[in-house]
Design a protein around this ligand. Structure first.
Ligand code: 8BR
Ligand code: GLC
Length: 493
């Protein structure tokens, strides 16, 4: 299979899926939205900050590997680690001190909708999905301004015991403060010199400093919880994210177990009146390993159908599930890391009782699907190609203004390095008789225990920003799946 044939598949898949999205009744999206203060950091700014904080101090803190940002040196240490590895990371901070320091010493370039659920809600509305219901427990006036002003995007509000759907600008809490995260984007090739650490950034990526004020709760108002069945009857799928915000302990004596239970109850209630509901969880970086494990084994396991994550997140997930060696092999950049990534995906599928695990990486996507999934592999492949087109559009333009923008994404070539990187996996699968060369080149593989879909993705050379692309990929593929399932249902009826 030549790369050109993939280009052809891309345009067919995109046109097919975009024609089907109208079949989707609605999608519920919760919990996290925030404002992203985005700063694209330059070499001279890195140099200035290192000088200001002291190279030795930063160097020492890099060795400590802070999992929470308490001061600017922690921040600089995590930034250097992220730049050195070219890996995305999200690290929490529990005070506003760092925000003040960054405002004084760096200043952001632009502010945008942030948070997985916020980004996804805007994307779905913009793509014209019917009835996008966005729920965020901390909807402030400032936050509401970052939602696209479209009639298909609304928040659930209970008034006088009745459920209403209102646009965020008519649904915010005037007393609520905004949550502002800092996104430090860095470019491939940027030179960094901090005593022992001298390197050139290997790839475009970003560090997120996630503000976690005391009032952040992954929770749902009781009245709204009671009305969830009405919401669930009006949707085909739900996308849930933000569980990384759950804390081990809270000032009022409650703890992570209480919030995990609340999260599970919401899922159960959504499914109560709509057993066919598809649930996707978008995973992210969770620094606290106990919380990471609880999210995976108690919220995701058995309760959700689909999980989306990047390669670092796969390694992090495997790590807390007891597969340390495999986790290490996924991120050690060795020849076999792509094979380990595939094996890790299979572990996650079975261990967490999922129907679908979608891994996005720079250059390719891997999706493993349970044998009983009511869609063929070609449909799953179309979903991935649709998602990659959206990702390329977003990387080129910074955001997606509507379905027509996708022509830009379709024009982005399939990433040849990503395509070549898949060879290692091909050799492994073919050698073991798991698939033929032809199956692999089609990207659709059926094994005894699962189906496997692999596509080379489109990669933009100089992306405007990388933050939020993962959300676009996962949400794009998930709605494509919903649309396909709906098409089948309509055909059968
Ligand atoms: P996360 O936000 O979950 O880390 O996902 C980011 C995803 O964005 C990566 O998995 C990769 O597929 C995609 N991506 C990145 Br990073 N840079 C990109 C680029 N220049 N063009 C297209 N996709 C990109
Ligand atoms: C996380 C971050 C948020 C960012 C999003 C992008 O939710 O907290 O700031 O916008 O990831 O995926």
């Amino acid at each position: 299979m030549e790369i050109e044939e993939w280009e052809q598949r891309y345009s067919e898949a995109f046109s097919n899926i975009s024609g089907l999205l109208g079949n989707i009744k609605g999608v519920f999206v919760a919990y996290n939205s925030n404002v992203d203060a985005i700063k694209h950091i330059k070499e001279h700014e890195i140099k200035r900050l290192i000088q200001l904080l002291g190279c030795e101090n930063v160097q020492q803190r890099i060795l400590d590997y802070p999992r929470e940002i308490e001061d600017p040196v922690d921040f600089m240490a995590r930034l250097i680690i992220a730049m050195r590895d070219g890996k995305a990371a999200e690290v929490p901070t529990y005070t506003t001190d760092l925000h003040d320091w960054l405002m004084d010493n760096l200043v952001f370039d632009k502010a945008r909708m942030g948070g997985q659920a916020g980004i996804i809600a805007n994307l779905l509305a913009t793509l014209g999905v019917n009835n996008v219901i966005s729920y965020v427990p901390w909807l402030s006036r400032e936050q509401a301004e970052y939602y696209v002003d479209m009639p298909n995007l609304n928040c659930p509000v209970v008034e006088d015991g009745k459920l209403f759907l209102k646009h965020p600008k008519d649904a915010y809490d005037p007393e609520q403060k905004p949550k502002i995260n800092w996104i430090i984007e860095f470019s491939k090739g940027t030179k960094v010199n901090c005593s022992g650490e001298v390197f050139s950034v290997p790839r475009d990526n970003r560090l997120i400093i996630s503000s976690r004020p005391k009032w952040i709760r992954i929770d749902m108002d009781r009245q709204l919880y009671d009305h969830l069945p009405e919401i669930s009857e009006s949707i085909d799928g739900a996308i849930l994210a933000g569980y990384q915000m759950i804390k081990e302990e809270y000032d009022d004596g409650s703890d992570c177990h209480d919030y995990v239970e609340k999260a599970v109850n919401v899922i159960e209630r959504l499914k109560e009146h709509n057993p066919d509901l598809r649930l996707h969880v978008e995973f992210t970086s969770i620094q606290n390993k106990a919380i990471r494990k609880a999210v995976l084994t108690r919220i995701v396991k058995k309760h959700v159908t689909s999980l989306g994550l990047d390669t670092v997140e796969v390694a992090n997930a495997l790590n807390v599930l007891g597969y340390e060696e495999l986790a290490y092999s996924v991120i050690n950049k060795g020849e076999n890391s792509i094979v380990s990534l595939y094996e890790g995906a299979v572990k996650l599928l079975h261990e967490l009782d999922l129907q679908r695990v979608h891994i996005h990486s720079l250059g390719f996507y891997i999706c493993v699907v349970s044998k009983d999934y009511p869609l063929d592999e070609k449909s799953h492949r179309e979903a991935l190609l649709f998602a990659s087109t959206l990702a390329a559009t977003q990387a080129t333009l910074g955001s997606i203004g509507g379905m027509n923008d996708a022509d830009v994404g379709l024009d982005v070539p399939v990433y040849s390095q990503g395509y070549d990187g898949l060879r290692q996996l091909e050799k492994y699968l073919v050698r073991r008789g798991i698939c033929s060369v032809q199956d692999f080149e089609d990207g659709c593989i059926s094994t005894a225990s699962h189906n496997l879909i692999i596509v080379p993705s489109k990669v933009v050379k100089d992306p405007v920003a990388t933050v939020g692309i993962g959300d676009t990929i996962s949400a794009g593929a998930f709605i494509a799946i919903l649309a396909k399932l709906k098409e089948n249902k309509i055909k059968k009826a």
